[in-house]
Design a binder for this molecule. Structure first.
Ligand code: SGN
Ligand code: CA
Length: 544
């Protein structure tokens, strides 16, 4: 089946490639360049163009100031590799097959870079892909194996095999990107570049130049830090995403294993030690000394305070530690985005290059006491999205439409003048970029999360989201529905599914949800098949 699909895909690819050149009738130089920037787990709450009380991101904000900010962008399945598969294929997870982080991507699926390459675009990818295999359709790639490492990371490369590079991952990915732009591409041809940061993914190891500044900051707490989930269902109660309960002390909060020992903090199944070694353990002697100079005193202070700390104070301490490191990793992302923007300015590329800045999903920054993502709930469902394309987008534009990561493939193909294949499931955002909002007709989006049981234990669920409402069905080992009124209850504290005042809304949304599931080809039968595949291969103990 794969071979057949592959064959058809390639034939189509060739036709599209040829078609494109005839259709657009443009010279190569006219065709815009595309830089797709993605950071891993970058919450919109931590981009000052969205809200600025947590941190400042002046360079990322430039993309919004000189282009468009999307205030209602969201994902279809809030977890890393599935989100990337949606971006590359323009298809929902149940169609592209990459439903979770665990099974490798099916490379028989045709991705949009393959179409661009066939249409004469130069293509390159640097950074995190997380597919379990190499990307297709790229003239050049240097990708991190799996999650990758912050310090002295390894890379899988197209031309040099496996390499290790000394330094800090965010800087290195940018060095590779700038080197390709400056020295490796053919400057006469248009390009599509994927610039994919590992940061700010867990376990949040900042660059040495940022640790001093951020570890002394006091970050405001979200109002729902101590949420007891009383207005929500079983899934919120059972998720393992609580900052106090489920973060590990060593890897996440940077409490040294010897300090844990001294304080009698148990290391659940050696996980803390492991997380510590995986991150901090990779540093060179010099890096480690600079690190210890900042984090040892924090540990000493913690050692003094810990015995008298209340549970609430421990939560507050861990929240500060989490945010300080998370935001510090973003400081390096922002600086490096600035380096790329400067390069475009200095080389006359800014005008004719579309820049997309986004994340593979949103993230909890202490809202509801949580870190991580996965849920269709607000902070993980929404994702940042900023685009700049001076030739087309009016500066300082703001867009409220419910756009999705599902829409990128068709958007980027249209930008390049390539006809998107008919089986892609998104909508091109080009009319929105041109300011033609009336051309946008999709008002509800579909969401489906699968990876359960797994780390963080977020139950399987699917749902429909409109600007006003969110209807969710949690299934598999439960059968629970939730409804949130996004206008009356933006923090989603009260499930009103059983409130008689919403009976009509529930009825109408359930119908629309069924229509969407049909339109996108999802069904209970498919879910059952995935569950069987997942449970037969997964050893749950190994995932935790
Ligand atoms: C790791 C993290 C999890 C995270 C997944 C998926 N634990 O397992 O917290 O949810 O990755 O993240 S860690 O201790 O190993 O960092 S994703 O972005 O790749 O989907
Ligand atoms: Ca991610």
């Amino acid at each position: 089946m794969n071979t057949k699909r592959n064959g058809v895909g390639l034939l189509f690819l060739i036709l599209v490639g040829v078609g494109c050149r005839q259709e657009t009738n443009q010279t190569h130089n006219d065709r815009p360049n595309i830089i797709f920037m993605m950071a891993d787990d970058h919450a919109y709450q931590a981009i000052s163009a969205y809200q600025d009380h947590l941190t400042q991101t002046p360079n990322i904000d430039r993309i919004a100031k000189e282009g468009m900010i999307f205030r209602n962008a969201c994902v279809t399945n809030s977890v890393c590799a599935p989100s990337r598969a949606v971006v590359l294929t323009g298809k929902h997870s149940h169609i592209n097959g990459k439903t979770d982080n665990i099974f490798p991507f099916d490379t028989a699926q045709v991705t949009f870079p393959q179409y661009l390459q066939a249409a004469g675009y130069q293509t390159a990818m640097f950074g995190k892909l997380h597919f379990g295999n190499n990307p297709k359709g790229f003239d050049e790639f240097k990708i991190l194996p799996g999650q990758g490492a912050y310090y002295n990371p390894d890379f899988i490369t197209k031309k040099e095999g496996n390499i290790q590079v000394e330094g800090y991952v965010t800087d290195i990915i940018t060095d590779m990107t700038l080197n390709w732009l400056e020295n490796e591409r053919n400057k006469e041809e248009p390009f599509m570049l994927m610039y994919l940061h590992k940061a700010p993914h867990r376990e949040w190891l900042p660059a040495l130049r940022h640790i001093g500044d951020y570890t002394s900051k006091k970050i405001p707490e979200p109002t729902t830090l101590f949420d007891d989930y009383s207005g929500r269902g079983t899934a919120a109660h059972e998720a393992e995403m609580n900052i106090l309960e489920h973060m590990n002390w060593a890897g996440d909060s940077k409490v040294y294993p010897d300090v844990m020992d001294e304080l009698g903090i148990p290391d659940a199944s050696g996980w803390d030690q492991l997380a510590f070694e995986k991150g901090i353990g990779r540093m060179t002697g010099e890096q480690r000394t600079a690190w210890d100079n900042v984090y040892r005193p924090i540990n000493e202070d913690f050692k003094r305070r810990f015995p008298t700390m209340t549970t609430k104070e421990k939560m507050q301490w861990r929240y500060q530690r989490y945010m300080q490191d998370y935001l510090a990793t973003i400081a390096a992302v922002d600086q490096n985005v600035g380096r790329v923007l400067d390069y475009l300015d200095e080389n006359g590329l800014a005008e004719n290059t579309l820049i997309v800045y986004t994340s593979d999903q949103g993230f909890y920054l202490g809202e509801h006491g949580w870190f991580d993502k996965r849920f269709i709930y607000e902070e993980s469902f929404r994702t940042p999205l900023l685009m700049r394309w001076p030739q087309v987008i009016k500066p300082e534009s703001s867009n409220q439409k419910m756009v999705q990561n599902l829409d990128f493939a068709q958007t980027l193909l249209e930008v390049a003048g390539v006809t998107a294949p008919g089986d892609m499931q998104g909508e091109s955002l080009v009319p929105l970029l041109e300011g033609r909002e009336e051309a946008w007709t999709r008002n509800e989006v579909y969401y489906h999360f699968y990876e359960y049981p797994s780390i963080h234990m977020v139950k399987r669920h699917y749902g429909i989201v409109s600007e006003r409402y969110k209807l969710i069905h949690f299934y598999y080992d439960i059968d629970e529905w939730e409804l949130y009124d996004r206008k009356m209850d933006p923090q989603e504290l009260n499930n009103v599914f059983n409130d008689p005042a919403y009976a009509e809304v529930v009825r109408a949304l359930k119908t629309k949800l069924e229509v969407l599931r049909k339109k996108y080809g999802d069904s209970d039968r498919l879910s059952d098949e995935y569950i069987e595949r997942y449970m037969s291969k997964i050893k749950v103990d190994e995932l935790l």
